[in-house]
Design a protein around this ligand. Structure first.
Ligand SMILES: [Zn+2]
Length: 203
């Protein structure tokens, strides 16, 4: 039997985790997307590897020396191609508006940038949920996940902090928006079924 002091410590820790986790909505889909794009990411790095090895071959053929940096880059690409690492992370940043979100590529990970002001408004002062802030976060997350799974190749090539904001074609914006609506509706439907059929049956 745990001592009450220890139980309180554990309860506090759990409470703090619940509080902090309220900033991260729709994270289950993020993990699913990570797996889904693994193959595309791996193919991308295989192709990069092939291009670089061709460059190295040509340099050697012409009697040029291969720099250490080039070899390092090649080894790095080889590892990326093998692992097909497609880590997706979330970061809350200062933005000029609460509609502003993007996916940027940092060191071979996709980072979804969301407005910090939204994260700060997830719970009201009385501890209740701010449904509009939660819904905005879910929408922005779903939209950016849409870019990640639908426009993976393009995002892999985008460098710098502009990220998915650099995807300007109207079609692609529409695609991400459509994806967001679809996936949010499906998730809501799934939650309704789960809560009404599974949880209620057991109580
Ligand atoms: Zn977009």
């Amino acid at each position: 039997m745990l001592e009450s002091k220890r139980r309180n410590e554990i309860r506090n820790k759990a409470g703090n985790i619940i509080k902090a986790s309220d900033r991260y909505h729709f994270i289950h889909a993020t993990y699913a997307c990570q797996l889904m794009i693994k193959e595309i990411v791996s193919q991308h790095y295989k192709e990069e590897c092939r291009k670089l090895s061709q460059k190295i071959r040509e340099k050697t053929k012409n009697g040029n020396e291969i720099s250490e940096e080039l070899m390092e880059e090649y080894n790095h690409l080889m590892i990326m191609a093998k692992e097909g690492r497609a880590h997706i992370d979330i970061d809350y940043i200062e933005t000029s508006s609460e509609e502003e979100a993007r996916v940027i590529k940092i060191n071979n990970a996709f980072v979804i940038n969301l407005p910090k002001s939204l994260a700060q408004r997830v719970t009201n002062e009385d501890g209740t949920f701010n449904k509009s802030a939660v819904s905005k976060i879910r929408n922005l997350m779903a939209h950016e996940l849409g870019h990640i799974v639908l426009h993976t190749d393009e995002l892999l090539k985008i460098e710098g902090l502009q990220g998915s904001i650099g995807i300007t074609e109207t079609d692609k914006e529409e695609e991400a928006g459509f994806f967001a609506n679809e996936i949010l509706q499906m998730r809501d439907e799934r939650n309704r079924v789960l809560h009404s059929e599974v949880f209620d049956d057991k109580t």
